[in-house]
Each structure stands twice: as structure tokens, then as C-alpha cells.
Design a protein around this ligand. Structure first.
Ligand code: PAF
Length: 299
């Protein structure tokens, strides 16, 4: 695996890797943008990129533009050596790990406007977040020019907005949204899970358990969203110290809240466990059902 830090090196190595792959009859580049602190969820995205392309490229860049002033930019987990080892072991051929001065040599004058879709849910909790995400993703896609780019379903609003950007701006890339990878007890993998202390980690299991209850009600035929949300809330209420930001069922294209659910609708939960905000979602009737039980009393 080669690690490069500048746009020039990236272009040059990609050209070489594409050429080498063409000799073998391939040449497609698959790209996984990340902010590092790699876990199995990211590595499953690499597997997907490798299935769909001949060359697997990854970026690691903690993007300051998508963090608000009171958010966790300075303490966001960073592990460059560990990340490089994991990426290499999983078959990444080219790692792009630029510094801030490479991606933002100056404060950008132009940013991507994510529009109304970014005002809700995570956008309401994190003003400016999605403008920062889309701006860096657009830059990375321009720099790497991949044939296919892979993102995770776990950040469903991000995935929806990136899909909209690629479509609305005619970006020449195939987009793949890969399923969420979970711990054995159902908790969705996230780089921010490292912030949880053992008690918070145990209590976080209530999130997949609430989604599992909502999915079970949907599978049993319930379509009224207030009833589905009430099912999830009943599980979340088992822990009075948790503060749900939202529990919702939304349209997969617009993320507008629905009154009636149907297959493909997105059930979403965001809540704070201690100081850590966690997100999870399920695609009703489509994604494999979540298997999770609410946490019992502390040991
Ligand atoms: O999901 C992430 O890790 C980031 O939001 C992304 C897409 C790499 C942009 O910084």
C-alpha cells in the first residue's frame, strides 16, 4: 500500500495504478472516503470497493469544515499508524492522507449548499455540518476521480445528501451505500463509540433494541408512524437518563417525516448517551432486521 499526502502524488500514483490494472484487463478505481479511526464498518466499505473495482483507494482526512465550534474536532479519535495497518491488511492499495493545508490551503470561498434536506434531523442539531461534508466529498471525488465511491448506510442523511449531490451535479461516479456493520449485541459501529465508558456502552444497546422493536411492529403490519415511533420510544424510556434527539420514520429520498410507513422508509434514531451523540437507522422491510435486546441492569 502506498500512502500519499499531496494532490500531485495522488494523481501520479492513481495514474500508475490504473495503468497497471489496465494491463490486467481492469482499471476501475473504487474509493472509500473516511475520517480515520478505522473500524470494521469502514473495512467492510473497502471490501465493497474491492468487489466493484480493480484498485481500492481510501482517504483519511478529519474534515474541520463539518465540525461546529463546540463539537469534537480536537478530540476526534486519530490513529494514523493503526489505520494504515488496517487499511493495508484489508487490501487498500492507495491511501490519501492529506493535511488540512492540502485540502484547504485557504478558507474556501465556495461551499456546496446542501439545500433543504440538510435542515432537518442531523442538520438541525449540527448547523453547517452537511455543507462541510458535501464540500469535502466533492473535493475528494474531484481529486480521486473514482469510478465507484462507497459510503455507509449508518450515516443515512449523509448518504442521502451525497446521493442527491451526485445526481443533481451530474458527478461521474457510481455510488454504493453499504449496510451498517454491528457489534454482536446490535450496536452500530461508529468511530465515536470509543467515547463511551463501559456503563454508557452497555446502555447504548437500547438504540438497536428500540429499532428492532419498531421493525418488529412494522413486520407485524403496523404502518402508522406515530405507533411505530411509540414502540421505539417505549424501549428508549427504559433508560430515563437517555435523551433522544429524534425518533422518526422518513421518506428515503427526501427524509421528510412520513405519516404512514411503507417498504424502503427509513426509521432513524439519534440520541445522546452521556456526552456522546449516537445515530442509527433501519430501512423498513428492506435491510436485514436488527437483532438486539435492551440492556439489563448494570452488573
Ligand atoms: O462519514 C465520514 O467519515 C465523513 O463524513 C466523510 C464522508 C469522510 C466526509 O468527511
Amino acid at each position: 500500500m502506498l500512502t500519499v499526502t499531496t494532490a500531485g502524488e495522488l494523481r501520479e500514483e492513481l495514474r500508475r495504478l490504473r495503468e497497471d490494472a489496465r494491463v490486467l484487463g481492469g482499471g476501475r478505481v473504487g474509493f472509500v472516503p473516511t475520517m480515520g479511526a478505522l473500524h470494521e464498518g469502514h473495512l467492510a466499505l473497502v471490501d465493497e470497493a474491492r468487489r466493484r473495482a480493480d484498485v481500492a483507494a481510501m482517504s483519511i482526512f478529519v474534515n474541520p469544515l463539518q465540525f461546529g465550534p463546540s463539537e469534537d474536532l480536537s478530540r476526534y479519535p486519530r490513529d494514523p499508524d493503526g489505520d494504515a495497518a488496517k487499511a493495508r491488511a484489508r487490501g487498500v492499495q492507495l491511501l490519501f492522507a492529506p493535511g488540512v493545508e492540502v485540502i484547504y490551503p485557504r478558507e474556501p470561498l465556495v461551499r456546496i449548499d446542501p439545500g433543504a434536506l440538510a435542515q432537518r434531523w442531523e442538520g438541525a442539531a449540527r448547523p453547517g455540518h452537511f455543507a462541510g461534508v458535501l464540500t469535502v466529498v466533492a473535493k475528494l471525488l474531484h481529486l480521486v476521480q473514482p469510478d465507484v465511491a462507497v459510503f455507509g448506510q449508518k450515516d443515512v442523511q449523509q448518504a442521502t445528501l451525497i446521493r442527491a449531490m451526485v445526481r443533481d451535479l451530474d458527478l461521474p461516479v457510481e455510488l454504493v451505500i453499504a449496510p451498517t456493520v454491528r457489534e454482536p449485541d446490535g450496536l452500530a459501529l461508529s468511530s465515536r463509540n470509543v467515547y463511551l465508558d463501559p456503563d454508557e456502552r452497555r446502555r447504548a444497546r437500547v438504540i438497536p433494541a428500540a429499532l428492532a422493536r419498531l421493525e418488529a411492529a412494522y413486520a407485524a403490519g403496523e404502518r402508522r408512524v406515530p405507533r411505530l415511533v411509540a414502540e421505539a420510544n417505549a424501549v428508549l424510556a427504559l433508560d430515563p437518563q437517555l435523551w433522544p434527539d429524534y425518533v422518526a420514520v422518513a421518506d428515503p429520498e427526501t427524509l421528510e417525516p412520513l405519516d404512514l410507513a411503507s417498504d424502503g422508509a427509513i426509521a432513524m434514531i439519534a440520541l445522546r448517551v452521556g456526552k456522546t451523540r449516537l445515530l442509527d437507522n433501519a430501512i423498513l422491510g428492506v435491510s436485514p432486521r436488527i437483532v438486539a435486546e435492551p440492556p439489563g441492569p448494570p452488573a
